[in-house]
Design a protein around this ligand. Structure first.
Ligand code: PLP
Length: 451
């Protein structure tokens, strides 16, 4: 792209440093400036239309241009644009959304703490777990077990839980309170001749070994995304989560389900924890909680944790944690309206039925010479491209071909996301089967250009 003087692109390059962006490359090519959105589509400043095959960042569940959310925000802005929830203050939208979340989340989750982002929510998880174990007189029980390839955010604590190199290289992360273990990705980490069941057994044994090595009395929690998102869309083998939970329970280790991407219908059930029979002690939610029309995240946790934390805060005088915008009235009002839309329009069911169509269509690429694996469930999927289909050898350098493919897709009017050489699909949950076919057609063109 030629960057014209004084254009939006030129001003962006001059003044804005972007997240997740190679700054020098950005200076050369400039940004794609998105101007507006409607349904599953967004439009750039040149008027070009794209299917948003990633729902923004896995997040705009109800699609773009949803007037009901605009109206909910406007109503709340006029009435009470801001108030906080510190020191015994509250407001109706935060109360109503907390109540709603407790009602719809899996059994055993009874209390809600609001934050602005998924990263802050995971920092809150770490701090609650630490506070909880201090409350119980177990000051050494503080470590977390996470997975390589897991994504939990980028703050100092959540970025330590994340198991992706780019989030840690250059930042002196992870902090030493985290141990990362193998991700349950059979295609990549299964051994030659190993069955999925044997793979799951091996991963369970690894978890047990790490616990034995560190000592169960030093480990506070296990955290994982039920279906991994940013690490490449990994659906674990059947039985994996049951084994993890069993081992954690036996060792008095909290189970944290990070459903920042999975939550609110993405995989075809309201929460992925339901699908995988996870009974988390803490559940982390964000993104589709407001369809990202407002920044909002939440940690929903058990009464046992709440009681210990509440007792300890009484001893210490206060629970000294929270954000200026925790439970922000506009964000929580939008969250409530968004959940009403998801329920009224049957979007969870839509993610199941149209999701099945998407999964079938994506698997149509499985025999393509560039495609190593197709994976996914509901309205989230990935196509992993490889240098050698037979040996699963990756491209070198990783991500070069994936980026090329992603750019070709964009030329064909489809925004997707490449995580190195895994190409993710995560469209708005309002998508129809016909629109899925158009996603597939545009991707097929991009794949053709890449051969
Ligand atoms: N957890 C998961 C599973 C995520 O996918 C993300 C973001 O993509 C986060 C946490 C971090 O959320 P945020 O970017 O809002 O800090």
């Amino acid at each position: 792209m030629t960057v014209l003087p004084n254009s939006l692109q030129a001003r962006d390059i001059a003044y804005q440093m972007h997240p997740y962006t190679n700054a020098r490359r950005h200076e050369r090519i400039g940004p794609m400036v998105i101007e507006r959105g409607e349904g599953i589509h967004v439009y750039d400043d040149q008027g070009r239309e794209y299917i948003e095959g990633m729902a923004g960042l896995w997040s705009v569940g109800v699609g773009f241009g949803e007037k009901r959310l605009v109206e909910a925000a406007t109503r709340q802005m006029s009435k009470l644009p801001y108030y906080h929830t510190f020191t015994h203050k509250s407001h109706e939208p935060s109360i109503a959304l907390a109540e709603k979340l407790v009602k719809i989340t899996p059994a055993g989750l009874d209390h809600v703490f609001f934050t602005n982002s998924g990263s802050e929510a995971n920092d809150t998880v770490v701090k609650i777990a630490w506070y909880y174990n201090n409350a119980l007189g177990r000051p050494n029980k503080k470590k977390f077990i996470a997975r390589v390839g897991g994504y939990h955010g980028i703050t100092v604590a959540s970025g330590s839980l994340t198991g992706i190199q780019v989030n840690q290289k250059g930042f002196d992360l992870p902090l030493p309170f985290v141990r990362h273990i193998t991700t349950p990705h059979f295609y990549r980490f299964g051994l030659p001749g190993e069955s999925e069941q044997a793979f799951t057994d091996r991963l369970a044994k690894e978890l047990e070994d790490v616990i034995a090595e560190e000592g169960a009395d030093t480990i506070a929690a296990f955290i994982g995304e039920p279906v991994t998102g940013a690490g490449g869309v990994v659906v674990p083998p059947v039985g994996y989560w049951e084994r993890v939970q069993e081992i954690c329970r036996k060792n008095d280790i909290l189970v944290v389900a990070d459903e920042v991407i999975n939550g609110f219908g993405r995989i075809g059930t309201m929460f992925a924890s339901e699908h995988f029979n996870i009974r988390p002690d803490m559940l982390v939610l964000s993104k589709q909680i407001t369809s990202s029309y407002q920044p909002l995240a939440a940690v929903v946790f058990s009464d046992a944790i709440y009681q210990a934390v509440a007792d300890h805060s009484e001893t210490l005088g206060t629970f000294g944690h929270g954000y200026t915008a925790s439970g922000h009235p506009v964000a929580t009002a939008v969250g409530l309206e968004n959940l009403a839309i998801i329920e009224e329009r049957g979007l969870v069911q839509n993610a199941a039925t149209v999701g099945a169509h998407l999964q079938k269509a994506l698997r149509g690429f499985a025999n393509h010479p560039l495609v190593g694996e197709v994976r996914g469930v509901g309205l989230i999927g990935a196509v992993e491209i490889v240098k050698d289909k037979a040996t699963k050898e990756k491209f070198d350098p990783p991500g070069k071909v994936g980026t090329y493919l992603f750019e070709r897709a964009q030329e064909h009017g489809l925004i997707i996301r490449n995580m190195q050489d895994s190409i993710a699909f995560c469209p708005p949950m309002i998508i129809t089967e016909k629109q899925v076919d158009e996603v597939i057609a545009r991707f097929a063109r991009a794949l053709e250009d890449t051969q």
